[in-house]
Write a new protein. Sequence first.
Length: 161
Amino acid sequence: MESEMIGDVTKSLEQRGMEFVSSDTRLAEYNRVQNTYISIFSALGGLGLLLGTLGVGMLIARSVIERRSELSIMTALGFCRSSLTRMLISEHLFLVGFGIISGILASIIAISPNISGKGAQFPIDFLFGIVLLISIGSITFCIISARVSLNGNLIEGIRNE
């Protein structure tokens, strides 16, 4: 009876632009649009994070290269290259780890009001993958820059000092 009445009213008001839609259907349409925006902004944020990771890698490399004379003097004083490499890697990984953890906490705080909403879907796998890529990229940059700075002629580093 009720669906017949809704059908009759919809048919009679169709020319004027009236349409009756159940609230569940309308809410699902809105959530689909919202989830599309979330996916787009997650992808753009991921690209921004990857560019930021490359920037961090370049900063780490520059920092280590600028400290080459200091590392040369430490090598001349008796520090072994493996301990210097571990020192450089641990310094930079601490900073990168702190940055990643503070970024994750900030993002959790930013999305916390929407986590409990019905129909909200967050691409957790995608976000976890991005954090994993950033971590791997940062670790790789730390290791490469530490090894490159300690390779080569260290006497040049002492001369520059």
